[in-house]
Design a protein around this ligand. Structure first.
Ligand SMILES: [Zn+2]
Length: 477
């Protein structure tokens, strides 16, 4: 039994997919490949106290949430009124798609655990040995707070909910946990987990599970680190938000690749970069000659897969290309139009399989949502025809620069890399009559009608080469 636990104290963020879900699932799967029959399970701490932290209180728009301080999480109402209680509401955006990140996870709540006959027998036994139990637990009382629930461990065992120092080992015992990943806050030597391991041995007389500590996942906004994701602080984003912008495997990949002791920081404005890393790992997986850390990339890619990967490397449409295709394509027949454009521009050299078509369609849709919700700087609308207004903003040197570039581009292969090289060779060598920044301003102006735009090479690569050249020449007249 591989088990992890989490408290449903608020936002169920993707950071919790790291150790509690993905790491446990990698272990479960690897053990199965070795011929074992492990179960993956997850305990939801629903009996923990609702702390009335500011972000929790702020969830209640129509009443004063402070009234619920001290209640069990399961007894706090849903602030939005659409579910039976607080737990059900916040579990929705995690549990609702959990199968897509790790199939067949058995979920138990601590509310259910306390109804388990074995748990009830254990609670009765501990109550009958109250003095002995208290002596051990008091050794630690108030020395450490439980990092998960924030409780300090002074409540008595007779109240129907065990002190967390007893509850944790009791759950190990009742659910026969063998391996348990846990967040690094519990892991300090002599800290909360050590104390629970001692309680398991001295009071409950069993061997505690093997523990695997892991680092937290941080959240950043456009490169600015905002700290670790936090449930009761409502900091982070949910698995439901992720699946709008990417496949589960793409997020599982950094969880498989990054050593467990190293922090990971996620930033929704960088979803394109996560896809690039995933696509590179896919290349490495199918490559016969790997160098550097490509063996690790390939193994992590393999772990990140939820279905067996195809024999032959499938075509991968760059996420950034998908973002632009999603915007310049017509709404009806978007996939066919995009496939044609990909063939014209040399991005796609062969007829895609059904699975590849589905993947391309998915990426186009995901990247479209990403641009709209998290990366509006990648919004583009093509200037359908040159306008007098745009022409008036170009002087002789601007026109000359565009003509010079058009000549260079005409000889370049129409791929992202070749386009980038052709630009760099001009700007680095001082081959243009205007400053580099002015050149890009000119380029965006004649293609988009505005002075700014997305990174030029990936954007140009999805446009028709002839269309671009015609426009450059028309503007340079
Ligand atoms: Zn609800």
């Amino acid at each position: 039994m591989i088990n992890a636990g989490l408290s449903v104290s608020g936002l169920q963020h993707v950071g919790r997919l790291r150790g509690e879900i993905a790491l446990s699932q990698f272990l479960t799967r690897s053990l199965r490949e070795m011929g074992r029959h492990p179960l993956q399970s997850l305990v939801l701490y629903t009996q923990d106290e609702w702390k009335a932290k500011p972000a929790q209180i702020a969830q209640f728009a129509h009443e004063d949430g402070r009234a619920y301080v001290g209640r069990r999480l399961i007894d706090v109402p849903d602030p939005f009124g659409c579910h039976a209680n607080w737990v059900d509401h916040y579990w929705q955006d995690f549990g609702g798609v959990l199968d897509r990140f790790a199939p067949d996870v058995r979920i138990v709540t601590t509310t259910q655990a306390y109804q388990h006959p074995e748990m009830q027998a254990l609670v009765r036994d501990l109550a009958s040995r109250a003095e002995e139990v208290r002596a051990v637990v008091n050794k630690y009382t108030a020395t450490y707070r439980c990092p998960r629930c924030g409780n300090e461990g002074t409540s008595s065992i007779e109240k129907g909910k065990l002190n967390w120092r007893l509850e944790w080992p009791a759950l190990w015992k009742v659910y026969r946990v063998d391996i348990e990943p846990f967040g690094k806050d519990h892991a300090t030597p002599g800290g909360s987990r050590d104390s629970c391991a001692e309680v398991a041995q001295t009071i409950m007389h069993f061997r505690p599970p093997m523990g695997i500590p892991y680092e937290w996942v941080g959240i950043a906004d456009r490169g600015k680190d905002l700290g670790d994701m936090g449930s009761s602080d409502f900091l982070g984003f949910t698995p439901v938000q992720w699946v709008e912008v990417g496949d589960p495997e793409v997020l599982r990949y950094p969880y498989a690749f990054t050593p467990t002791f190293r922090r990971i920081v996620l930033d929704l404005s960088r979803v394109d970069a996560y896809h690039d890393a995933y696509d590179r790992a896919e290349e490495a997986f199918y490559s016969s000659e790997r160098k550097g850390d490509e063996d690790d990339q390939a193994r992590a890619f393999e772990l990140a897969q939820l279905a067996p990967p195809p024999k032959r490397k499938p075509f991968a449409l760059s996420y950034r290309h998908a973002a632009f295709l999603s915007q310049i394509s017509p709404e009806t027949g978007r996939l066919e139009w995009s496939l044609n454009r990909m063939r014209d521009t040399g991005i796609l050299a062969r007829a895609p399989t059904a699975a590849e078509r589905a993947r391309i369609a998915r990426r186009i849709e995901q990247a479209r949502v990403w641009v709209e919700k998290y990366a509006t700087e990648n919004r583009v609308t093509l200037l359908q025809a040159m306008t007098p207004d745009v022409a008036a903003q170009l002087d002789d040197r601007d026109r000359s620069a565009l003509r010079t570039y058009a000549d260079k581009a005409a000889r370049a292969a129409w791929t992202e890399d070749a386009i980038k090289d052709s630009m760099v060779s001009l700007t680095k060598a001082g081959g243009l009559p205007v400053e580099t920044s002015r050149f890009f301003r000119d380029l965006y102006l004649v293609l988009l009608g505005s002075e700014r735009g997305p990174r030029a090479a990936p954007f140009l690569a999805v446009l028709e080469k002839d269309w671009v050249l015609r426009r450059l020449h028309e503007a340079a007249k």
